[in-house]
Design a protein around this ligand. Sequence first.
Ligand code: NAD
Length: 262
Amino acid sequence: MKLAISGSAGRMGKLVVKHAINKNLKLVQAFDVVHVGKDVGEVAGIGNVGVKIENDIEKLNADVLIDFTTPEACLKNAKVAALKGIKIVIGTTGFNEKERKELEEICRKVPSIISPNFSIGVNVFFKIVEFTASLLNNYDVEIFEIHHRHKKDSPSGTAIRIAEIIREVLARKGKDLEMIFYRKGKKGEDLGIFGLRGGDVVGEHTVLFFGEGERVELTHRATSRDCFAMGALIAAEWISKVDKPGIYSMIDVIGLNRWSNL
Ligand code: NAD
């Protein structure tokens, strides 16, 4: 697999580069708008790897592109990749509804993976939340997440995905919960999502199920970004072997589909 990375000088991109080299993967191209012309390994702090950072995505020439950039950049990068028939792994989050639809349209044309969270633990966590929501379907549910102060989107893509999972489970039980970001005023038939920001927190997600006289709290804590980078590389290796165009998820990658419809 010939691998290209966009956003290669960012927090996530640098770690993807580091782990790709550790895994002896064939990193052939690195894109970013900063540190252009520098060796991507030097930028990632692992020494020269013989791949210079480029800023013209039209020159993309690889089997799989991993993208950790911004919604605007990611849409452009995915468009170029899809036109060239290059498989895509998207870690970028923060798309609005219109952008999300556009991204899905682009990604459907080639085998691709869109995941707001590449950690194996979080994807198992998704299943635990699905299971708990199906059993505690008459409990009140709220979600909060905490991230570092530099994160651009709020609430996180992962928190929104968790809310979607709960809504899908409850819809099967005939309950339609409205998704509320940062509720003001009284709680109704809704599911509140709250994003807290500060310091260097890598990422925490908590789902609370409130009953009478009790509550269940499920929490996932990421203590470093390595789990996201390693997960994105597992996803890239997996999608490189898929021929059928379409959008796949980490649930497919780690084979958790058999636990669906609990
Ligand atoms: P960051 O700001 O550190 O890095 C983004 C990089 O993209 C920067 O180096 C920036 O220069 C580069 N960039 C901007 N425009 C570009 C363009 N047109 N072409 C190429 N590169 C461009 O951000 P980060 O913390 O690395 O996060 C990146 C994205 O990944 C965010 O959306 C974040 O929420 C998401 N994220 C996802 C996961 C996951 O598991 N899916 C985990 C962590 C972060």
